[in-house]
Design a protein around this ligand. Structure first.
Ligand SMILES: CCN[C@H]1CN(CCOC)S(=O)(=O)c2sc(S(N)(=O)=O)cc21
Ligand SMILES: [Zn+2]
Length: 260
């Protein structure tokens, strides 16, 4: 595909030249304003069935480090919340910052986090392939989890260790038996909105589900990841420009507890 990056000459401010959808009306990331999110009582909890998930490998596509999963059946899916059917886990990846290490893409009231983890799922009920789903308006569901610096994250080490193997572009290495459930915070309260991929091709195909509670990683883990971070975040002028108000988020932070 067409070249793009995060530099002065190939960064987010010129992506629209090769990817005109960058000027679309459901572009991500956005600045999340919790007070402006409306609670939607019809939104139930999200459910993550990752118990029989099958991670395959970890690879570095020159923009981020990606852990890929076997998505040939419904072994690992996300369902519930705003989703009409289960979506299959395809890959997860991180967005680390540069030196400043504030690399999250979404922000909350203008504040960014050290990093942001994206678990990418696709609608295999409606679409025959991931590629087809990736450009359909209800094709993808991405679960976003903020990372903040704090205690050492015991499971992140396994990713950090594997990262050594794929530090340079276009390298892939086996990465089996990793269950991303170990990367989840204790609460699954979330915000959700209809948005896009945050990197080219910027398809407006993502139902975003962003968890309110961040997970903690140590300074050392964050600095290691930042030192070999491959991509910086997409700062979009209009993510901040409040025209007709930011895309409405229907916060489901307080969905009704199950009736027992
Ligand atoms: C570096 C390229 N990143 C993208 C590659 N893919 C897009 C199209 O592929 C057929 S993708 O669907 O795997 C995703 S999800 C995603 S984000 N940051 O919004 O979660 C970016 C991309
Ligand atoms: Zn991402």
């Amino acid at each position: 595909g067409k070249h793009w990056g995060y530099g002065k000459d190939d960064g987010p401010s010129i992506w629209h030249q090769n990817f005109p959808v960058a000027e679309g009306d459901r572009q991500s990331p956005i600045d999340i304003m919790p007070q402006q999110a409306s609670h939607d009582p019809n939104l139930g909890p999200i459910v993550l069935n990752y118990d029989h998930c099958t991670s395959l490998n970890i690879c570095n596509n020159g923009h981020s480090v990606v852990v890929e999963f076997d998505d040939t059946d419904d072994r690992s899916v996300i369902l519930g919340g705003p989703l009409d059917n289960p979506y299959r886990l395809k890959q997860f990846h991180f967005h680390w910052g540069g030196k400043g290490c504030h690399g999250s893409e979404h922000t909350v009231e203008g504040n960014s986090y050290a990093s942001e983890l994206h678990l990418v799922h696709w609608n295999a009920v409606k679409y025959r392939s991931f590629g087809e789903a990736a450009s359909a308006p209800d094709g993808l569901a991405v679960l976003g989890i903020f990372l903040e610096t704090g205690d050492d994250h015991r499971w992140l080490h396994t990713i950090t260790d594997a990262l050594y193997m794929v530090k340079y572009k276009a390298s892939v290495t086996d990465f089996k038996g990793f269950n991303p459930k170990c990367l989840l915070p204790s609460s699954l309260h979330y915000w959700t909105y209809l948005g896009s991929l945050t990197t080219p091709p910027l398809h407006e195909s993502v139902t975003w589900i962003v968890l309110k509670e961040p997970i903690a990683v140590s300074e050392r883990q964050a600095s290691f990841e930042c030192s070999c971070s491959l991509g910086r975040k997409r700062i979009r002028g209009y993510a901040w420009k409040i025209t007709s108000g930011p895309p409405s988020l229907s916060k489901a932070g307080k969905y009704a507890p199950p009736i027992n």
